[in-house]
Write a protein that binds this ligand. Structure first.
Ligand SMILES: Nc1ncnc2c1ncn2[C@@H]1O[C@H](COP(=O)(O)OP(=O)(O)OP(=O)(O)O)[C@@H](O)[C@H]1O
Ligand SMILES: [Mg+2]
Length: 273
């Protein structure tokens, strides 16, 4: 029988931050489910509560009230060490700034989550890390240090690290936020491929074009769920990448005429990354 229960369910989730005499209500009662195999983007203006929510989904923070059920487990009842176990065994997290260990090779960075898993032998660990790096196209960079790689390559290492434990969901917070459009689309190709392979993904972004690559978009506003829409017409990241002008044109800053395209897959520079 097919399992129709959600992989992740939040119910009336609230998170308050006490700041001296004041309280910031970062989440004010958010509810939704994510089912196995969904690729969901989470949007909303700055300060709307996206990171606060993703940190709770990632078991890095606890809600002030409300329920968070992950893979059948009520996480809001768990203590710190139990949350750490869930984080390590069930979740893969990809950050905007990659968060790799700087003196550590790509391969070792990817092996890291498995070090805490006593059931995985050293040889199995290496095998799985290599497979994850191959999945993101980095078989030629396994022994490079982070500072010997481009931003896009570092983010691929981070994705491989998020995959290596075979998590029930991959959570990404602005994973393309530091990358130019071309590299962002390359990263989205990887997420789309993972989704095709059956992975469940929740991906925070404030870029509308990035959201078009997912099947569903949840929008937060002032700590509340404002919209939750199914995207009937998912854009293909590979096609969007191929539609971009060649890199040499793209990198030429001499009055690039790019603001005529408004549709999804639009050609646009991201400044100040
Ligand atoms: N640790 C904290 N202490 C106090 N206030 C916080 C804390 N973390 C977040 N906030 C506040 O909660 C609100 C939501 O912040 P959050 O970081 O979740 O927004 P966001 O949607 O991720 O924004 P951005 O797009 O800028 O990343 C903001 O008003 C923020 O100032
Ligand atoms: Mg944020």
């Amino acid at each position: 029988m097919e399992d129709r229960s959600p992989i992740l369910s939040i119910q009336n989730l609230r998170r308050d931050f006490k700041m001296g005499d004041e309280t910031v209500h970062a989440l004010r009662g958010v509810s939704f489910d994510i089912h196995r195999g969904e690729f969901v983007t989470i949007m909303g203006t700055s300060g709307s509560g996206k990171s606060t929510m993703l940190n709770i989904l990632g078991c890095m923070d606890k809600p002030t009230s409300g329920h968070y059920i992950l893979d059948g487990e009520h996480t809001e009842k768990l203590k710190r060490d139990a949350l750490a176990r869930i984080r390590n065994q069930k979740l893969g997290f990809v950050f905007q700034s990659y968060n790799l260990l700087s003196r550590t090779t790509a391969l070792e960075n990817v092996e890291l989550p498995l070090l805490y898993n006593s059931k995985v032998s050293a040889s199995e660990r290496r095998k799985r890390a290599i497979a994850a790096l191959e999945m993101v196209g980095l078989q030629d960079r396994m022994n490079h240090l982070p500072n010997q790689m481009s931003g896009g390559q570092q983010q691929r290492v981070a994705i491989a690290r998020a995959l290596v434990n075979d998590p029930v969901i991959i959570l990404a917070d602005e994973a393309t936020g530091n990358l130019d459009t071309r590299t962002s689309y390359e990263i989205m190709m990887i997420f789309q491929e993972l989704h095709r392979q059956g992975k469940t993904i929740a991906f925070v972004t404030h870029e509308p074009d990035i959201a078009t690559f997912s099947g569903r978009t949840i929008t937060l506003r002032d700590g509340l769920l404002k919209k939750d829409v199914i995207n009937e017409n998912v854009a293909d990241a590979r096609a969007a990448l191929e539609a971009l002008p060649p890199p040499e044109v793209f990198d030429d800053d001499s009055g690039a005429d790019e603001d005529s395209s408004k549709a999804s897959g639009e050609v646009r520079r991201r400044e100040g990354a």
